[in-house]
Design a protein around this ligand. Structure first.
Ligand code: XMP
Length: 320
């Protein structure tokens, strides 16, 4: 049974000191490795690990090609300013290859998970010689696994490592007693900038969760451009989460006096407390019109922009 530390009870300085000491004690004179995605949990773990181990923590950012515009460099630059070196590993081809021909949402998620753990990160861990892996598991992940919402995951098995045969591997999960609010507080206390500790939620499968149907390079380029526009325009609205979705089917449009059987972008913007229930944000119509005109002008091949007005449930926040 994991003992929860609520945000109310959390003393960030005491927590950080304890976790830094625990990481140091576990790793001894060895080295540790972690994967940074740029999300809040992995960012906080990176800072804790760095504080504990300095350069004996190797932090890798896996560029899976499914990220938002400029994301790998942006994240690496932010950490560089904090004195943390982030190694960007280009694995775009492997992920695109794994996603080829897949249209089913769960199969897409599975392909991404398998490629991440078994192929890319698993290989890096095995080759690194690090025996300690820092992971940003939080208490909500544990609850969701127990409740069957998340798949039970044995990280070693996913990495292709058999701890029985390969003695000595250890996973360290310093955030496991916290919920998201406690993680954000810890991130702030560790000196992360607000844009990192207060980021809006973004799914693990990244832009692949925003493409209906097969994920291709062309579709990724379209949804990435539309996402940048939506995030830029909706950033100041106080919404819980906002996104652009690329539909699989095409609709008739007109461009330069000719029929253009083009792409459709759906914009979603949600008000929510914890993502369990959500309602579309009542955005000003002028803002929606401005957003549509920018998307139509700047994103190649798009002839239709819609705004979702269905609530969760029965809708979900992501479309895939
Ligand atoms: P849904 O779409 O289920 O999303 O209403 C609820 C929240 O979870 C995020 N989400 C995911 N996060 N991997 C993640 O790490 C996923 O596969 C995934 N699917 C959805 C979603 O962005 C929302 O905040």
């Amino acid at each position: 049974m994991i003992k929860e530390i609520t945000a109310h009870d959390l003393n960030t300085e005491k927590f950080i000191t304890e976790k830094v000491n625990e990481i140091r004690a576990a790793v001894g004179s060895g080295m540790a490795i972690n994967a940074l995605s740029g999300g809040v949990d992995s960012s906080v773990v990176t800072m804790l690990g760095h504080r504990a181990l300095g350069t004996r923590l190797r932090t890798v950012f896996i560029q899976n090609g499914l990220m938002r515009e400029g994301e790998p460099k942006r994240v690496a630059d932010i950490f560089k300013k904090l004195g943390v070196t982030v190694e960007i590993v280009d694995a775009q081809k492997e992920f695109l290859e794994a996603l080829k021909g897949i249209t089913d949402p769960e199969q897409k998620r599975e392909a991404i998970t398998q490629t991440f753990y078994k192929k890319v990160f698993g290989r890096i861990v095995r080759e690194s010689g690090a025996k300690h892996l820092l992971q940003g598991t939080i208490l909500t992940d544990v609850d969701e696994t127990v409740a069957g919402i998340k798949r039970q995951h044995n990280v070693f098995a996913q990495l292709g490592i058999d701890p029985q045969e390969t003695f000595g591997y250890q996973i360290l999960e310093p955030l496991i007693q916290l919920r998201k609010d406690g993680v954000r507080m810890t991130g702030k206390a560790l000196g992360l900038p607000e844009e990192m500790f207060n980021r809006i939620p973004f799914p693990g499968p990244a832009l692949a969760a925003r493409i209906i149907g097969e994920v291709t390079q062309e579709k990724l380029d379209i949804v990435r451009k539309a996402t940048a526009i939506v995030e830029e325009l909706l950033g100041g609205q106080g919404a819980f989460q906002y996104m652009a979705i690329l539909h699989d089917d095409r609709v008739t449009g007109m461009r330069d006096g000719k029929r253009d059987f083009g792409r459709q972008i759906e914009v979603r913007c949600w008000d929510s407390i914890d993502a369990r229930e959500a309602r579309p944000t009542k955005l000003p119509f002028e803002l929606l019109e401005t957003m549509a005109s920018i998307i139509l002008k700047k994103v190649p091949g798009v002839v239709s922009v819609t705004y979702n007005i269905a609530s969760k449930p029965p809708s979900t926040i992501e479309a895939v």
